[in-house]
Ligand binder design. Structure first.
Ligand code: MTE
Ligand code: MO
Length: 411
């Protein structure tokens, strides 16, 4: 099911009853007894409907769903395999997406301006970019001691092709004052408490990142309307930084004359200690102690074969995966079959565009039958390589870019 159906305002409307009947594939017996304001269970939105069956559900209030690594093998991540990360509830789908509005306001705009989605499509040039969206907490389950937050394995990452208009084109038309330093987004998702004065999440980026060519206000992904769970009908998409800056269900972008102060910009949310702390140590959450996560660190995955593969020793094993490095490019990828004692260089393809992940491939021969692990590590354009062990512990459990490993057996 793609759309929620609004039933709040009174009796189930005739059209809604018809949809429910279609949905459940049966007559709704006793429909006339349904109380006012009652929301039939048959209308419950299930974001897993459009997903491949093997997605791993971490929770449903809010919905957090991770992709098993071997399902991330496609060059362009299909929406059916995109991880889901929500901080609040999923809003109802708009009845008319083209009437959806985006307001640009804040201290640093010359005058606020509101566009309908139809306006945006008409007035500005369209661009499509393949962009890595990775949750800042991807890999969190690897930290010891465990921190609060979703215990993601390594599958809170996607690289789909997003279509929309450049934020910089819109901001140029609106007109900015000289004191603009940051943008902040606002989305329509209700807070978990349903308290309308509370905001689930409202983050942002400095102007330099906001004005990059690849920073999009997008309505489509992989050539289709964005699915409701991923921000339909409009979202901000900013590749290479924690995906928490890519605001879904976007209705407002505020251009700020100071660091944006929305929900999840405070405390240690999406921040890491400036100086190393002892694992488990608590330090005051001050700007002297913590920095906001910006570009994500270099990372790579083995997406084929799946861990647990059994292969014929007589033929070399074909390995494949992706590597990415936040705002940087990937310079090289290496694999090891001897627990990191020696490394072989893999081939790496150029990215489809800046901020897209890069395909790597390798053909590896094994000396004899038995159990092995394949480890992969990437190095970015600044010469920074992934750690083989867990990187610096931090209270939010962010930025675990330890090298990915799979187990294989030669027979
Ligand atoms: N409005 C809104 N935007 C949001 C979020 C949210 O909860 N509400 N979650 C953010 C976080 S933390 C992540 S990791 C990405 C996840 O995007 P996805 O669910 O489309 O994969 O969306 C970001 N944008
Ligand atoms: Mo996230």
């Amino acid at each position: 099911m793609n759309k929620n159906i609004h039933t709040r305002r009174g009796f189930l409307r005739k059209s809604a009853l018809a949809s429910l009947t279609t949905l459940v594939g049966a007559e709704v017996v006793f429909a006339n007894h349904m109380p006012r304001h009652y929301r039939p269970l048959g209308f419950d939105y299930n974001p897993l409907d459009g997903k491949t069956p093997d997605m791993k559900v971490l929770g449903d209030k809010p919905w957090n769903v991770e992709t098993p690594i071997h399902l991330l093998d496609d060059a362009v991540t299909p929406t059916s395999k995109m991880f889901i990360r929500n901080n609040g509830l999923v809003p109802d789908a708009p009845a008319d997406p083209n009437a959806w509005t985006l307001t640009i306001n804040g201290e640093s705009v010359k005058a606020p301006k509101t566009y309908t989605l139809a306006d945006l499509k008409k007035r500005f040039k369209h661009y499509t970019y393949q962009l890595v969206l990775e949750c800042g907490g991807n890999g969190r389950s690897g930290f010891e001691p465990q921190t609060t937050g979703n215990p993601w394995d390594q599958g809170a990452v996607s690289c789909a092709a997003w279509t929309g208009v450049r934020l910089k084109d819109i901001l140029a038309e609106v007109g900015l004052k000289n004191d603009a330093v940051y943008i902040g987004y606002y989305g329509k998702d209700p807070h978990l408490s349903l308290d309308p004065t509370k905001v689930a999440i409202s983050r942002g980026v400095p102007m330099k990142k906001a004005l990059e060519d690849e920073t999009l206000i997008a309505w489509a992904v992989n050539g289709q309307d964005i699915p409701l769970i991923h921000g339909h009908p409009l979202r901000l998409v900013i590749g290479g930084w924690p995906a928490s800056v890519s605001g879904k269900w976007l209705h407002t972008v505020a251009v700020r004359n100071k660091l944006h102060d929305g929900a999840k910009m405070e405390g240690h949310s999406y921040k890491v200690p400036i100086n190393p702390v002892q694992p488990g140590e608590k330090i005051p959450e001050t700007p002297e102690n913590f920095r906001i996560i910006e570009s994500m660190p270099v990372k790579s995955l083995v997406t084929a074969p799946a861990t647990g593969a059994i292969f014929d020793l007589k033929k070399p094993l074909s390995l494949r995966g992706h590597a990415w490095a936040g705002d940087r490019a990937v310079a090289s990828v290496q694999t090891s079959i001897d627990f990191g004692a020696t490394w072989q260089t893999a081939s790496v393809q150029p990215p489809k565009n800046r901020l897209a992940w890069q395909r790597w491939t390798a053909e590896v021969s094994f000396p004899k039958k038995g159990y092995y692990e394949v480890w992969v590590r990437a190095t970015d354009s600044a010469g920074v390589t992934q750690p083989m062990v867990i990187p610096q512990w931090n209270p939010g459990g962010y930025l675990n870019n330890a090298c990915h490993r799979i187990a294989v057996k030669a027979v």
